[in-house]
Design a protein around this ligand. Structure first.
Ligand code: SAM
Length: 338
């Protein structure tokens, strides 16, 4: 014992071992929670305790591999997310239970996005820079992105509240609508609002349609699957919104894209663009890296760049506004001259 300690001290390993002990369990925890959520094992254990055999039977796992399952569950026990008592595994503590509440799904989805996308962005970027190889849109699961994007709801709702009147017929076109959550926010403000959501990716659009049905909005909201650039609009909308989407277009094309969105607006109609902005904290760095390394996308804009791009697209009364004290989200608005 004393000789081990002596060797560790002689090698100067006390500090590096401390660094490892402090940081690596967190990494393992994120991996475990992400895999547990994606496999459904954590949801299953949330219904009650189970033996490893019951878990394996429920998910149709190969019985000869049950030791793999037991060892994996052992990771959960070791990091304190699972309890093992009399051969039965159960969720321990409140962390995972909290993530599993339906209203917390946007936050739970970040665990999946972190391990499946952000991890790859950070790990693969240096090697991809060497090979000159971009990530593509297909590297980000549209369904997960639609779920994590909902985490912006509190910030975006404040911007939506400023441009949607509480009454009167009102026509909204939402570009890249994802889950459709922000259309819901607008529809709740104004009961006579009707909307068209345009969404590039089928699985995100499917999520929006399911949500609209669940929220009782199917008769007021139509979801179309297509690229918004495919055709011009009919010039009748009172408001076009582009939430968390501007960085899906290359910088040099953004003003032209915003001008194109104007074709959807009636003269005097408004454009509302919301986005996380560059250098606005740890929440923005992975998204900025995604934009920088994904073919056809772009880095997060600064508020000034956002304003300049709306003005260059021909909008009047252009302004930007910080949404919330953290300064992560900004809204930019402009009026279409027609
Ligand atoms: C980060 S998600 C945000 C989703 C939603 N706006 C929100 O804030 O919750 C961006 C969405 O824009 C969609 N999108 C990107 N480019 C598009 C295009 N050219 N036309 C229509 N949708 C597009 C993507 O498929 C993706 O679902």
């Amino acid at each position: 014992m004393a000789s081990i300690l002596k060797t560790v001290l002689r090698r100067g390993w006390v500090k590096p071992l401390g660094i490892m002990a402090r940081w690596l369990p967190g990494y393992l925890r994120v991996d475990f929670i992400s895999a547990g959520l994606q496999s459904g094992i954590l949801q299953y254990l949330n219904q009650g305790s189970a033996t490893s055999k019951q878990v394996a039977q429920h998910f149709g796992y190969d019985m000869p591999m049950i030791e793999g399952l037991e060892s994996w569950l052992g990771v959960g026990v070791q990091i304190g997310e699972l309890r093992l008592a009399r051969g039965r595994y159960s969720l321990r503590g409140r962390r995972v239970k909290t993530l599993l509440k339906p209203e917390n799904d946007p936050i739970a989805a970040f665990f999946e996005e972190f391990t499946n996308l952000n991890h790859r962005l950070v790990m693969e970027t240096p090697e991809r820079l060497k090979r000159g190889e971009w990530f593509t849109l297909a590297d980000a699961d549209p369904d997960t992105v639609a779920r994590t994007s909902r985490a912006g709801e509190p910030w975006l709702a404040s911007a939506i509240g400023e441009v949607v009147p509480a009454e009167g017929a009102f026509r909204l076109v939402e570009v890249g609508c994802g889950s459709g959550a922000h259309i819901k926010t607008a529809a709740e403000i104004n009961p006579r609002l009707t909307a068209q959501g345009i969404e590039l990716q089928e699985s995100a659009a499917a999520q929006a349609r399911t949500n609209m049905a669940e929220w009782g909005l199917s008769d007021r909201v139509e979801i179309e699957v297509r690229d918004v650039l495919d055709r011009e609009g009919d010039g009748t909308a009172d408001l076009v919104t582009l939430h968390q989407n501007i960085y899906y277009f290359p910088v040099e094309e953004q003003s032209a894209v915003l001008r194109h969105l104007g074709t959807y607006l009636a003269p005097g109609g408004k454009l509302l663009v919301t986005t996380v902005v560059r250098d606005s904290g740890s929440g923005s760095v992975a998204l900025d890296l995604w934009g920088a390394m994904t073919e056809g996308a772009s880095r997060l804009p600064t508020p000034k760049e956002l304003e300049d791009r709306l003005a260059a697209a021909g909008y009047a009364d252009v302004g930007t506004q910080k949404l919330g004290p953290d300064g992560m989200y900004y809204a930019a608005t402009g009026t279409w001259r027609g």
